[in-house]
Design a binder for this molecule. Structure first.
Ligand code: SF4
Ligand code: SF4
Length: 89
């Protein structure tokens, strides 16, 4: 039986500061690996996607990643790095 190989997807949060405004990788990924969550919520105030640090990009479905690299190619700030475990690990 072979062990499933899952990608490790690193997001440089210093570069990806407004993921819900950008949405590049979210829209490009055919496997819906990415999602965003609001991390700065103030009562009675709408969370502004253009304000840095208000949303965080997550890779909850990284087990679905096929390694197509569409997300890396579309990212305007080179915030994504994808690595794979060795084949015989
Ligand atoms: S490499 Fe392809 S499948 Fe994997 S997260 Fe990026 S866009 Fe999605
Ligand atoms: S494409 Fe790049 S900058 Fe845009 S949300 Fe994805 S990781 Fe962030």
């Amino acid at each position: 039986m072979t062990t499933p190989r899952f990608a490790t997807i690193e997001i440089d949060a210093k570069k990806c500061t407004t993921p819900f405004d950008c949405k590049g990788c979210l829209e490009a990924c055919p496997q819906s690996v990415f999602s965003v969550t609001a991390i700065k919520v103030e009562k009675g105030r709408e969370t502004d996607p253009k304000e840095p640090g208000t949303y965080l990009l997550m890779t909850g479905h990284r087990d679905k990643c096929t390694g197509c690299n569409d997300c890396i190619e579309i990212c305007p700030v080179d915030a994504l790095t994808i690595t794979w475990p060795p084949l015989n690990a």
